[in-house]
Ligand binder design. Structure first.
Ligand code: BTN
Length: 338
């Protein structure tokens, strides 16, 4: 039996409604007549929509008297497909997907400044001025990797921000592990690793107004599907991609839909301050630095010792030569490979 299509949102696009119906019945076929009825359009109009979807990288099996079935998905993010994946979760957010932009963090900040309702999400196939921590450049070619930012208006005390990136990192690592069966790890405070190479980075930026965080922007750059030769030479020995480990391409739309659900849920927990009691325990199995000899760079100051996890405030714990544990809130860590 062809599945009945459920509307992803009251204002859902025809593409999203069709895709939702096809996803709900992924192992079977959905008839053109059923889709036409759900959309209130003719079968010819449905056929035109299917052509449009083909032009966006979908392939369909079509069987007479049975209908359509998706046989392959686009290799790039496609907003109606994301919407279709997320439809059952009934989340509220504004989503913008751009072919290219200076920086998704920057665009999210612009949208917040222009008064758009939060939460809002901006993703792009490529960035011309992607940035990382300490103003570093984030390589952001249109190569199958993910560049995405989430923007919120939390109205919380700035002191609560110390745990934010760490908490998001835990959630994203757990999601990657579920999704790919790989074991990613986190290098305090914002790097995602697979084995001994960097697979992603997080950049949290906040604007403070009268002692409250007014705008909060969380950006994630995640190396999903780029081939090693698509990364610049200086990165190719230090960076890796998820697909290099799974050995099959990651479906960017399915993954990003799961990511959006996870990040919005994690933000909710963060705002309620529910995350703090388990933060250090959940960090522990993901900790890339634990028991390594590390150097923490705080400007010109260098602190060397053994990395010993984090505390529930998100500070890095380092056992130093005096035998004691010291806590550090900021800085950049370097270490030698084991
Ligand atoms: C780092 O490792 O230093 C953090 C890198 C963060 C990169 C992401 S890509 C999406 C978002 N937009 C940006 O300009 N930066 C973040």
């Amino acid at each position: 039996m062809p599945a009945a299509a459920t509307h992803p949102k009251p204002h859902a696009t025809h593409e999203a409604v069709i895709l939702r119906a096809l996803l709900e019945n992924e192992s079977g076929y959905v008839s053109g007549g059923e889709l036409a009825k759900t959309l209130g359009v003719t079968r010819v109009a449905v056929w035109q929509q299917m052509e449009k979807l083909r032009a966006h990288g979908f392939a369909f099996k079509a069987r007479r008297a049975h209908g359509y079935k998706i046989s392959s998905f686009p290799a790039q993010l496609y907003a109606p497909l994301l919407e279709a994946h997320l439809a059952p979760r009934k989340l509220n957010y504004r989503f913008t997907l751009l072919p290219t932009i200076d920086s998704t963090n920057e665009e999210a900040a612009r949208q917040l400044s222009s008064g758009q309702t939060a939460p809002l999400i901006v993703a792009a196939h490529a960035q011309t001025q992607g940035r990382g921590r300490f103003g570093r450049h984030w390589h952001s070619a249109d190569n199958g990797n993910l560049y995405i930012s989430f923007a919120f208006r939390p109205q919380i005390d700035p002191s609560r921000m110390h745990t934010f990136t760490l908490w998001m990192g835990i959630n994203i690592c757990e999601l990657i592990a579920n999704f790919t069966r790989q074991t990613p790890s986190l290098k305090w405070p914002n790097d995602l690793y697979l084995d001994n190479r960097k697979a992603g980075g997080m950049l949290t930026e906040a604007r403070i107004d009268s002692d409250q965080i007014r705008d909060l922007i969380f950006g994630l750059g995640l190396n999903l599907n780029a081939a090693a030769h698509q990364l610049p030479a200086d990165l190719s020995t230090r960076a890796t991609t998820l697909a290099e480990h799974t050995r099959t391409p990651i479906d960017p739309n399915r993954f990003t839909a799961a990511l959006i659900g996870r990040v919005l849920g994690a933000y909710h927990e963060f705002i309620k301050d529910n995350h703090r009691p388990t933060l250090a325990d959940r960090w522990h199995p993901l900790d890339h630095l634990r028991n390594r000899t590390i150097t923490l760079h705080q400007g010109d100051k260098l602190i060397t010792g053994t990395a010993s996890g984090i505390d529930d405030e998100g500070s890095l714990l380092i056992r130093q030569s005096d035998g004691k544990l010291h806590r550090y809130r900021a800085g950049e860590v370097t270490f030698s490979p084991r």
